[in-house]
Ligand binder design. Structure first.
Ligand SMILES: C[S@@+](CC[C@H](N)C(=O)[O-])C[C@H]1O[C@@H](n2cnc3c(N)ncnc32)[C@H](O)[C@@H]1O
Ligand SMILES: [Zn+2]
Length: 359
């Protein structure tokens, strides 16, 4: 049986393999990132029909692409789809991804599993020399909706809060930073985003114990007030929270350990945008998303503008004008791709309160 689909520059038989057309934008961006970075050796560790790896081979013109899937049926489809697209040079493998990643090194390793990438992050951290790209569709455990599962998978405690999408991304980044550190590697996030029900991260690896130590300085915790919603980032692997909100005196929960460092690299996003915008195909959604990511300030987390206004009992103006007023007061501020009503700022909660109430 054949079930043919076309995506990007490839034609695929997806009969009997996992293929999700809703992940096309995720793959569009993946191809653009591979092109922007000039990658020459890439592993699609959990390849299914090959939608991701074959597009990377064809569209980003990556020299060596290995596509692996433990399912023999998927591996047969990978062979067939490689031939169908004139990509016989691709290496097709059918082994447990963790075994493969412990045996071989690749410049870039891409993890695109069902649900949580957690079982594969340790092996990918060993295998990848230059880059790790990860998709996580287990947003409920990452963001705090399934607390115990999140703790088991990522060894971090999430807190349910308005910025849950960014918390999920930062817990995934934190778990990866810790795995990389175990093998004397550090990381720099190049692009991080949440879309629909998944989180995607693109990480550049820096080798050596010193780089690992430097990376771990980006780890920390987040203190989250149960009452007023104020949060505070607390750097360091050892948690320094008093458990009390310094704004209203109520009890504060602690999330973490998680990644508090920058999550977007503007120069890299600009190059990826050039790949997307230079393509004949129209990638409007991806382009809009990446522009938003590039505009975000580096400071962690965001407030929900509407929730803040309800809390301080003020009528919400536009989020844009709040950003402008914070900036004119000398603070950093921006919108965020994580939420249409999200406001990022380095201004303390007290200042945010004053600015909102002074309309
Ligand atoms: C979500 S699908 C991959 C989708 C694909 N990357 C795409 O863009 O269409 C996950 C795949 O991982 C494979 N898989 C699951 N566990 C694996 C393992 N331990 N080693 C290798 N492949 C595995 C499954 O057979 C499945 O085809
Ligand atoms: Zn409080």
């Amino acid at each position: 049986m054949v079930q043919i689909v076309e995506e990007g520059a490839v034609t695929l038989n997806v009969e009997g393999a996992f293929y999700n057309p809703r992940m096309k934008m995720n793959r569009d961006i993946g191809v653009a990132v591979a092109g922007a970075l000039g990658i020459s050796d890439y592993l699609d560790a959990l390849a299914a029909s090959g939608a991701r790896g074959l597009r990377v081979a064809k569209e980003a013109k990556v020299d060596h692409v290995a596509l692996n899937d433990v399912s023999p049926r998927a591996a047969r489809l990978l062979e067939e789809n490689a031939k169908r697209n004139g990509l016989e040079a691709c290496e097709i493998l059918s082994t447990n991804a963790n075994v493969l990643m412990h045996q071989r090194h690749f410049e870039a390793v891409d993890l695109d599993p069902f649900g949580s990438p957690s079982p594969f992050i340790a092996a990918a951290s060993r295998s990848a020399i230059g880059y790790i790209f990860i998709t996580a569709t287990d947003t409920a455990p990452l963001c705090g909706a399934h607390l115990k599962s999140g703790i088991r998978k990522y060894m971090a405690v999430p807190v349910k809060a308005e910025h849950h999408r960014e918390m999920g991304a930062r817990i995934l980044l934190g778990a990866t930073a810790r795995e990389l550190a175990r093998v004397d590697k550090g990381m720099e996030p190049l692009l991080t985003y949440a879309s629909e029900h998944y989180v995607r991260v693109y990480l550049k690896i820096a080798r050596g114990a010193k780089m690992a130590d430097k990376t771990l300085k980006g780890m920390g915790h987040l203190e989250q007030c149960r009452s007023c919603g104020r949060w505070r980032a607390i750097p360091g692997m050892a948690c320094q929270s008093s458990g009390v909100c310094t704004f209203c005196g109520e009890r504060a929960d602690v999330a973490g350990p998680l990644w508090l460092g920058p999550i977007q690299n503007r120069e890299h996003i600009r190059k990826t945008l050039a790949e997307l915008e230079g393509s004949i195909a129209r990638y409007d959604r991806a382009v809009r998303l990446l522009h938003l990511c590039a505009e975000e300030i580096d400071d962690p987390m965001y407030y929900d503008h509407h929730k803040l206004c309800r809390k301080f009992k003020v009528t919400p103006g536009s989020a844009e004008s709040l950003v402008e007023r914070l900036r004119s007061g000398g603070w950093r501020a921006s919108r965020t791709h994580f939420s249409g009503v999200g406001i990022k700022t380095d201004a303390p909660f007290e200042v945010l309160n004053e600015v909102l109430c002074s309309i």
